[in-house]
Design a protein around this ligand. Sequence first.
Ligand SMILES: Nc1ncnc2c1ncn2[C@@H]1O[C@H](COP(=O)(O)OP(=O)(O)OP(=O)(O)O)[C@@H](O)[C@H]1O
Length: 247
Amino acid sequence: MHKPVLLVEGVDKSIKGQHIVRDISLTMQQGSVLALCGGNGAGKSTLLRMVMGILQPTSGIIQVDGLSWKENRNAYADKLGYMPDDYAFAKGLTAWETLHFWASLRGLSRSRTEEALEEVGLAEVRNKNVTAFSKGMRQRLLFAQAMLAKPPLLVLDEPTNGLDPYWMDSFVELVNKLRREGHSVIYSTHQLPVAEASADYVLFMQEGAAVRQGTVASLLEQYGPGGLHAAFTESRMKPGSRGQVEA
Ligand SMILES: Nc1ncnc2c1ncn2[C@@H]1O[C@H](COP(=O)(O)OP(=O)(O)OP(=O)(O)O)[C@@H](O)[C@H]1O
């Protein structure tokens, strides 16, 4: 088997005495899509920030393509594209200027900026000031930014938050395209139908711990028409296996 794109082994995180992430282990192979699901405060964003190297685990190992953040931060960062759950855009810049600024930081061409704006349906409003954008439009711009450099692993924190149903479907299509091109995607979501439609694997978190995980196909087979919602409800009532996700 190839080296995993993402390896998370026995990761814990405590902040100010609060145990926020508990003993999470998972591996992701190239071209796989993993959805992190769970209620508010379950620890999803904290786990994603640790994958990004923004936060360091209290204990455990995280590697991206065999690299650790501590040993080689620049090479590690080059493997990743990140969409944060919240972002304060610079005032006074248009969508084009904002995305082109990020593209130039990464040494990317103007045509890649154009293409990314097209991909998220913002080409027509490229000259509009980003501070006048709706929440969904800002989300799409952040998604374009994460995809810009076409990194091996995309880390998306609640990417469909604020999207209308049309763009929710477009998000699913974009993730499928990324998968076909060999990218891996890990994202958090409260929208279980989105996870059903776009993820290969799902990990349910509660109070920082993995309470259920598996392939989307196996969970749908197990829970029938209730789908991931039924799996989520049951995992909250009686937390199940806490083994390792192999995505
Ligand atoms: N810097 C911090 N200091 C103290 N507590 C924190 C910090 N960051 C996160 N927490 C706490 O850790 C827990 C998990 O937060 P996190 O944002 O990871 O959850 P989440 O699953 O992403 O939630 P949501 O779905 O609401 O976005 C919460 O109780 C939160 O208050």
